[in-house]
Design a protein around this ligand. Structure first.
Ligand SMILES: [Zn+2]
Ligand SMILES: [Zn+2]
Length: 386
């Protein structure tokens, strides 16, 4: 089959302490410290060989993620920017939907023809965090499109336990093609849902919500906040097109954070009360958190979902005086995240279809990723089997 393959050179930086585990598995824990001179190209890759509990999915839509962009972009020394778990060569792509075309002998929940989306995190179910109910913190984690082959390809094999049917979304839209595209937004939406409702415990209807960063994760957060009954939603985003999208999915006020003082805006809009829930999806916490902590309502929550490998100055006195909390969130698995997001989309409560701003075929994946580095699109969708 054809797929978009990323290969790079294993050249750990001189100051990076490679662990024994990294050496023996060939997996880098901090990709940006190990992988150099990435090469992305569409090429031939062996067809997936399904195990007894796997289904083979013909990929119909796969979104370009910020992490894909960070594989394409390099620093001055040629290292990839993505700081997470990685093993190359592999096929990229992890936000997808498709049609089941083959099922293994022991598969019970799916049949040929089913429309599905899937988790990206291949949690083991056997390690202590998994057994304690925290699959997003699995210690034996594999990730499709990062350490094992992903979905910028014609086919992918997945254990049925990571797949979730999206036929209810198809019923909602009355259009299979649209359902696959919207279905491919499930994974990033679940990242926001997990952060907002599972990790940080959500907010009360009427609460004021701020979202810093209106890329796909922030846009999903805005849509979810609207659906959950936020009183006022304010978004801060430097890209003009993304500010427009933020408004379309439900932000009441949208600002360029370079042109206003975000905490002053939030204090003015809340008549001095502060905002109850702050969502960091800009990946710039050294800039955003100091703004949030000057606009904390009593009992306010901050949830960190944007990735940034840096320390952030925090004035904890504000957290004491305002009875505030900060939460770290990662991942999308477990905690009813996938079923609940699919329900919201199927019910029309969460409609992010407008954030899809561009489409590419499989031959154009590298162009699609290059386009994403402009950071002006909402979600770019690749359709490998068109
Ligand atoms: Zn992603
Ligand atoms: Zn595990």
């Amino acid at each position: 089959m054809k797929g978009m393959i990323l290969d790079a050179k294993w050249e750990p930086r001189a100051d990076y302490q490679l662990s024994e585990w990294e050496r023996s598995t060939g997996k880098a824990i901090t990709g940006s410290a190990v992988w150099r001179h990435p090469k992305l190209e569409v090429g031939d890759w062996p067809d997936p060989q399904p195990g007894p509990r796997d289904v083979v999915i013909e990929v119909q839509a796969c979104g370009v993620c910020g992490s894909d962009m960070h594989f394409y972009e390099t620093d001055d020394e040629g290292y990839i920017l993505y700081p997470g778990l990685t093993k190359f060569p592999t096929i990229l792509g992890h936000e997808f939907s498709g049609k089941v075309v083959e099922v293994g002998s022991e598969v019970e929940s799916l049949t040929v023809g089913d429309m599905v989306t899937a988790e990206e995190m291949i949690w083991c179910g056997r390690c202590t965090p998994c057994r304690n109910g925290f699959p997003n913190h699995c210690t034996n984690l594999e990730e499709i499109g990062f350490t094992i082959p992903g979905a910028f390809a014609q086919y992918i094999a997945m254990d049925e336990k990571y797949c979730w049917p999206i036929d209810a979304i198809a019923e909602r839209f009355g259009d299979e093609e649209k359902a696959y595209e919207v279905g491919a937004l499930t994974e990033p939406s679940c990242v926001s849902y997990n952060a907002m409702f599972e990790r940080a415990g959500g907010f009360r209807p009427g609460h004021y919500v701020s979202v810093f960063g209106a890329g796909p994760i922030g846009l999903a957060a805005i849509g979810l906040a609207r659906a959950a009954g936020a009183g006022t939603i304010v978004a801060f985003e430097i890209s003009g097109p993304r500010r427009d999208l933020a408004e379309q999915v439900g932000a009441d006020y949208v600002y360029d954070p370079r042109e206003v003082s975000p905490h002053e805006v939030l204090m003015t809009l809340s008549h001095g009360a502060g905002f109850d829930f702050h969502f960091e999806a800009a990946g710039a916490p050294h800039l955003t958190v100091p703004e949030m902590e000057q606009a904390l309502a009593i009992n306010a929550k901050i949830v960190q979902i944007g990735r940034a490998a840096q320390r952030v100055p925090m004035y904890l006195e504000s957290f004491q005086v305002r009875r505030a909390q900060a939460f770290g969130a990662q991942g999308h698995s477990g905690h009813e995240n996938f079923p609940n997001v699919i329900r919201m989309v199927a019910a029309g409560r969460l409609d992010l279809s407008e954030i899809i701003t561009a489409h590419y075929g499989l031959e154009g994946v590298v162009d699609a990723i290059a386009q994403s580095t402009k950071r002006t699109d909402g979600k770019i969708i690749v359709k490998p089997n068109l």
